[in-house]
Design a protein around this ligand. Structure first.
Ligand code: FAD
Length: 314
């Protein structure tokens, strides 16, 4: 474990964007975190802000980088506790967890086939798709508070999960160390792997994976919050989805506004999935931000709705 200086964050984000961080530390063992933070608190840098970096698949970091400390959990132990419970450290990739549980014949996470990023990032954002969400199988989370250095256990209810939301998203001073999940034992590894492959195949066909991106830029639009103009249009076109509740896909709205393929600098609204912005030609973060603002303004003007970003912008 050592402190890297001026490390370019573009190397750690799926968007391949982000300037240098003042300091970056990678931690291979969760037990070292507390000691590291105690040491850091004794240095002249102790008041610097801290940002946790998982797989970098939900982040848009500015071109100037991050004036502070980046903590990257790389502890990734996955263990079976009893027959149906799995404990996983937050630095494990979701793909590793999914493969582990499928090999055990444990069902419940197949929806996450092909979901990029770490377990910590997925829990913090209550990641979801294909009708599933992280909260569905989660029993509890173990997390450490940067300020108090205390470790606490949060049961599912205490995590305050909702659509792409959690206690940890609201309180970024908590670093998720590990999570426990419970599964069903009603399928064979072969059956589970077939379902997971279908999800991966779907993503390959529908997402612009050929270019660096950070997944969906905006949250989808809850039907109950949409104005009548947008609601009527979505009903007429038959695009309302029920995942995890009735909503209008933001990709549909962006498409309707004719923004598919719209470019600024090296960034482009994907022509494969319009809720994705891709870094198609050495984009700067500011190029992506211009497109984000353009989309938000157009949606506001046309449908009087304020889109909310799903990605975290630093
Ligand atoms: C091609 C593509 C497809 C995607 N599809 C989906 C999808 O279907 N559904 C979906 O929900 N998301 C999707 N995403 C978004 C992204 O994969 C998820 O949000 C993912 O869970 C983020 O995890 P991460 O480790 O990459 O987090 P990062 O991007 O590294 O970080 C995201 C946030 O989580 C915080 N964080 C990370 N680790 C921890 C930790 N251990 N403790 C506390 N906070 C932490 C970070 O500080 C940051 O604020 C997609 C992204 C891509 C690129």
């Amino acid at each position: 474990m050592w402190l890297e200086k001026n490390r370019k964050l573009a190397d750690f984000t799926t968007f391949k964007l982000g300037g240098p961080a003042d300091f970056l530390v990678k931690l291979k063992k969760s037990g070292k975190l507390k000691k590291f933070l105690e040491w850091f608190d004794q240095t002249e840098r102790k008041n610097l802000p801290i940002l946790i970096l998982g797989g970098g698949s939900n982040l848009l970091i500015n071109d100037q980088g991050y004036r502070g400390l980046i903590v990257k959990p790389e502890f990734n132990l996955i263990e079976l506790l009893g027959e149906k419970i799995v404990k996983v450290e937050s630095g494990a990739m979701m793909t590793e967890l999914i493969e582990f549980v499928a090999n055990q014949g444990l069902a419940g996470l197949e929806w996450a086939g092909g979901l990029p990023g770490t377990v910590g990032g997925a829990v913090r954002g209550n990641a979801g798709c294909f009708g599933g969400e992280i909260k569905d199988q989660l029993i509890e989370v173990e997390a450490l508070n940067f300020k108090t250095k205390k470790v606490e256990i949060f049961e599912n209810q205490a995590c305050q999960f909702s659509y792409r939301q959690s206690f940890f998203k609201q309180n970024p001073e908590w670093l998720i160390l590990s999570a426990k999940f419970i599964f069903n034992q009603n399928k064979s590894p072969l059956e589970l792997k077939k379902i997971i492959s279908e999800k991966i195949f779907y993503r390959q066909n529908h997402h612009p994976l050929g270019y660096p991106n950070a997944g969906s830029i905006f949250k989808n639009i809850p039907l109950v919050q949409a104005g009548s103009k947008l609601k009527d249009l979505a009903e007429k076109k038959g695009v309302i989805k029920n995942d995890p509740f009735p909503l209008i896909p933001t990709a549909f709205v962006i498409n309707e506004l004719g923004l598919k393929g719209c470019r600024f600098g090296g960034a482009m609204v994907s022509d494969k999935h319009t809720n994705f912005i891709v870094n198609f030609n050495q984009a700067r973060t500011t190029d992506v931000v211009v497109l984000i603002n353009l989309i938000k303004t157009k949606v506001k003007n046309e449908f009087n709705f304020d889109l909310e970003e799903e990605i975290k912008i630093i």
